[in-house]
Structure formats: structure tokens, C-alpha cells
Design a protein around this ligand. Structure first.
Ligand SMILES: Nc1nc2c(ncn2[C@@H]2O[C@H](COP(=O)(O)OP(=O)(O)O)[C@@H](O)[C@H]2O)c(=O)[nH]1
Ligand SMILES: [Mg+2]
Length: 371
């Protein structure tokens, strides 16, 4: 019998067929495929970028809700309750928790809570997303995961932060509607006011009304007063204010008292989220959000691409610039700018070569810069 030589199939065709299958599965809401794609996005594989690029045109109809607030307020308890109420027959809800297993998050792990409480087949998708260090890493990952889930047909995507600055910023940027969750006795409302966090929230939730009803009402009153000073002076109300002859339409964060545990006030809270969505729709807020998000993603991707190119092709130049920056011979920003310029010039003229004149240019131009 002749020996059969097994020729490897052309990788490109294979990969494309595989990509097409994956895309179909994602579009049809195949949960395991979606989960696997999220892992690829987290690990920033080359295929992940292709996937997200291919899914991008199919995304754009999900409502993204960010849930922020200090640990202990009840975010993890509230999020599945909200997600469940936001789901419609044909539009399931997805929950993303930012790195809930990290020591930063503390407290209970959201995933365990849902797995324990969610009946099989309820259609709620849950996934935690690892932040892997930098803020850039987290916002990139979240952005792509939201595109994936959106394209997969989830109508509402609820993201819980871990209550740290980094994840709050990343999530607030991504979310159409940001909820700030607090509870009586946490004492964080004053801090939230000082840090300007209140202003970034579209809806304020005072949770745990069941265990301390009077405290919850008092906390809500404190927050309302802090928020509504100028609002009342101008005769505006909580929620949506239509445009008038001398004022554009505006939204003022409503404060709602709820019990995530008992379910009190949650239908009303969903009503406020829906009202905010309608406000965004009526004021071109979705278009503006989409524009900002796409531009931010583009700028990040550009930075990534340049940085990847620099470290892959221009290692020596980078090292030298780093040494100069550390030694104080170049300013960090000055050296980075010149490296970028060098890369571009170099690509245009003689790819792969780095004229030493350019490098010594970095050395000399920044002499005397503040150290
Ligand atoms: N009494 C009461 N306890 C709550 C409520 N919501 C959450 N909790 C409890 O508060 C603690 C922190 O809740 P968790 O959802 O983990 O808060 P997170 O850190 O913001 O995610 C847990 O022990 C919850 O059971 C509520 O509405 N009422
Ligand atoms: Mg939590």
C-alpha cells in the first residue's frame, strides 16, 4: 500500500472557514462560542481582532448599562435582578462583571451568585472579564466584548464594576446609562460628591431600603440635595427635561430607593432606565455615544498598533530611548514623539534601518529639559 502523504490544508482557507462558522454561531447566540470568543478577546489574539471587525457591522442595537459604586452597596445583587427585568422574549440580557475574582473586588463573586440563583434556560448570559493590568487593556477588552455581545443579539448588556477608579472610567465610557449604587451607612455619598462621581451617573440608586428604610430615604435626600441645587433653581425636574426656546433638552439623574434583595422599587428603576434610553434616542444621544466610543477605540487601536510595531521592529531604538528617558537625557514625551516620527520616516525611506543621526538627535534635543 502506497504511503499517503498528508498535505497540510492551506491555513488561510481553513482559518476563514473557521471564522465564518464562528461568526454564524455568535450571530445565532451560541453561548459556548460567545464565551470562547470572549476569552480570545481577553487574550488579544489575532483572530479576536478579525472576529470583532467582522461583527462590528452587526452591532449597534444593544442598550449598555454600567453599574458602579463602592463595594458592599449591592451591585452584584442588583445586576442580575435588573438584567432579568430588562430581558424580552426575543432579546436576552448579558451580564459582564469586571474581574470579580481579583482581590480588588472583595466580597461575593457575582458569577457564583448568579449560577446559584439562575434557573437553567433563563437566557441570562454571565461572564466575568479580566482587566489584565492597565486601564487601556480593560477598556479595550470591554469595548470588544460589548461589540461581540451586541452582535450576538443581547438587548441589554449590564456591566458591574469593582468600584475602583479604573474600571469605573472604562465602564462609564462604554455605557449608555450609568447607575451609581449606594446604601445607607456606607458613608460614601460625601466622597462621591467630592470626587465628582455623582456627575457621571445617569441614575442614582440607594439600595437596602429593606434593612434601613429611614436611612435609605435620608441618604436619597442628601444625594438629591447635592444634585439638584442648580436644577431646582432653573425649574428643571429629575429625569428628562424637553428642550425649550432658551435651553437644550437635559437629563438630571433621578435618585431611586430600592431593595435589590426584596425586589422593591426595581420595576420603577427599570422604568427610569427606559426613560433615559428614550431621552438618548430623542436627543441623538446614541449617535453621539457611538461616535465617541468609536473614536476612543480607534485611538487606542492606533496606539496599540504603533507600540506593537515599535517593539517588534525597533527594539534597539526603543531601548536606547528608554535609557535616555531614565537618565534624564530625554523627556518621556519628547522621546516618544521622536520615536513615532522616526518610525514613520523610517518606514517611508528605508524600512528596518535606524539612522544613528536620528537617535543622537533624541539625545541632544532634549538636553536641559526639567529632570
Ligand atoms: N438587606 C439588604 N442587603 C443587601 C441588599 N442588596 C445587597 N445586600 C447585601 O449586601 C452585601 C453586599 O452586596 P453585593 O451585591 O455583593 O455588593 P457589591 O459589592 O456592590 O457587589 C451582601 O451581603 C448582600 O447580600 C438589599 O437590598 N438589602
Ligand atoms: Mg460585586
Amino acid at each position: 500500500m502506497p504511503k499517503t502523504v498528508v498535505m497540510p490544508r492551506p491555513i488561510a482557507t481553513d482559518a476563514r472557514a473557521d471564522l465564518a462558522t464562528t461568526l454564524d454561531r455568535v450571530a445565532s447566540g451560541h453561548v459556548r462560542t460567545i464565551s470562547r470568543c470572549i476569552s480570545e478577546i481577553e487574550n488579544a489574539t489575532a483572530r479576536a481582532s478579525e472576529l470583532v471587525a467582522a461583527l462590528d457591522p452587526r452591532a449597534g442595537s444593544a442598550l449598555v448599562i454600567g453599574v458602579t459604586g463602592v463595594p458592599g452597596g449591592g451591585k452584584s445583587t442588583l445586576v442580575p435582578e435588573l438584567a432579568r427585568r430588562m430581558a424580552r422574549d426575543d432579546r436576552r440580557s448579558a451580564i459582564l462583571a469586571v474581574d470579580p475574582s481579583s482581590p480588588l473586588s472583595g466580597g461575593a463573586i457575582l458569577g457564583d451568585r448568579i449560577r446559584a440563583s439562575e434557573p437553567a434556560g433563563s437566557g441570562l448570559f454571565f461572564r466575568s472579564v479580566a482587566s489584565r493590568g492597565s486601564l487601556g487593556g480593560l477598556s479595550r477588552t470591554l469595548d470588544d466584548v460589548v461589540t461581540l455581545l451586541d452582535a450576538a443579539g443581547y438587548g441589554a448588556i449590564v456591566i458591574e464594576t469593582v468600584g475602583t477608579g479604573q474600571s469605573e472610567i472604562a465602564v462609564t465610557r462604554l455605557a449608555h446609562t450609568t447607575l451609581l449604587v449606594t446604601a445607607p451607612g456606607l458613608g460614601d455619598e460625601i466622597q462621591a460628591m467630592k470626587a465628582g462621581i455623582l456627575e457621571t451617573a445617569d441614575i442614582i440608586v440607594v439600595n437596602k431600603a429593606d434593612s434601613d428604610p429611614r436611612g435609605a430615604v435620608a441618604t436619597a435626600e442628601t444625594l438629591r440635595n447635592a444634585l439638584s441645587f442648580s436644577m431646582r433653581a432653573h425649574g428643571l425636574v429629575e429625569g428628562a427635561n424637553p428642550a425649550t426656546a432658551d435651553r437644550p433638552a437635559s437629563w438630571h439623574a433621578p435618585v431611586r430607593v430600592v431593595s435589590a434583595l426584596k425586589g422593591d422599587g426595581l420595576e420603577e428603576l427599570v422604568g427610569v432606565i427606559t426613560a433615559h434610553r428614550d431621552f438618548l434616542a430623542a436627543t441623538q444621544g446614541f449617535g453621539e455615544w457611538r461616535r465617541r466610543r468609536r473614536l476612543a477605540r480607534f485611538r487606542e487601536a492606533l496606539r496599540d498598533a504603533l507600540a506593537a510595531r515599535a517593539s517588534a521592529d525597533h527594539e534597539g531604538l526603543l531601548r536606547q530611548a528608554e535609557d535616555e528617558v531614565v537618565a534624564g537625557a530625554s523627556t518621556p514625551v519628547g522621546a516618544a514623539t521622536r520615536i513615532a516620527e522616526t518610525l514613520i520616516k523610517n518606514d517611508e525611506s528605508a524600512p528596518g534601518r535606524y539612522p544613528s543621526a536620528v537617535v543622537s538627535g533624541i539625545e541632544t534635543t532634549d538636553q536641559g529639559a526639567p529632570q
